[in-house]
Unconditional design. Structure first.
Length: 241
């Protein structure tokens, strides 16, 4: 199990294959995605890497957060996320993960926050059929109908599908195929749609239901704090692992 990355959704476009077929893709940008801290078994009870992406002005960061970033010697980050990994897959603190962390053809799971739709009724929110258009029904054609019994159970159960806030929830889309990677510009193109609006933060990780390709670098593709490429990634690429 490898670490994921934090990316920013750029938008959707399409890529043409050699056969002339077009593939709809979502473009994700990986920029200044650095390892901020490690979570260890002795200190925290689990093993994980804490990543940060984006930039924040130091004046908008609390003193505690500034100290946390100062220990890692990285700039204040706008988005933070943790990824559970085994101890042999930890990436050094301060290293910057690059777009070639994923290889073309592999499948990834993408997590993001959907676009908020505000307050919505039962038909739009849950695809209810509504009431009849005739036979005595007036005004309440789009109502949801009964929500519970009268004497038994005498209440409406929790989690009943009803009108309410639609969207603005965390959603994971599984098994999206990586179509293209651009290391110089930090771009990753995945086939299909990704939850969230353009500019939203997305976490991308290896698909849990698909086998990881042998060409994927382990523990990942990254640049060290001094700007050098990761020696582990280079060795893996030479051996074809």
């Amino acid at each position: 199990m490898r670490s994921g990355v934090i990316a920013q959704k750029v938008g959707m476009t399409r890529i043409f294959t050699d056969a002339g077929e077009h593939v709809p893709v979502t473009v994700l940008k990986v920029e200044s995605c650095q390892v901020v801290a490690h979570r260890t078994l002795d200190k925290n009870g689990y093993v994980a890497v804490q990543l940060g992406a984006g930039r924040r002005k130091p004046k908008n960061v609390t003193r505690a957060e500034r100290g946390h970033f100062a220990v890692a010697q990285v700039e204040p980050k706008r988005k933070m996320a943790e990824f559970r990994v085994p101890e042999d897959a930890l990436i050094p603190v301060g290293a910057e993960i690059t777009a070639d962390h994923f290889v073309v053809g592999q499948f990834v799971d993408v997590t993001g926050t959907t676009i908020g739709k505000g307050f919505a009724g039962g038909m739009k929110r849950h695809n209810f059929g509504g009431l009849r258009a005739s036979h005595g029904v007036s005004i309440s054609h789009r109502s949801i109908g009964s929500t519970g019994g009268r004497q038994d159970p005498g209440k409406t159960f929790k989690n009943k599908k009803m009108p309410g806030h639609m969207g603005d929830v965390t959603v994971t889309t599984q098994n999206l195929k990586v179509v293209m990677t651009d290391v110089e510009r930090g771009l990753i193109a995945v086939e299909g749609a990704v939850p969230g609006h353009a500019g939203g933060w997305i976490t991308v990780r290896d698909a849990v239901k698909k086998k990881l390709p042998e060409a994927a670098p382990k523990p990942g593709a990254f640049k060290l704090a001094n700007g050098a490429d990761a020696p582990v990634a280079e060795a893996a690429a030479e051996e074809g692992v």
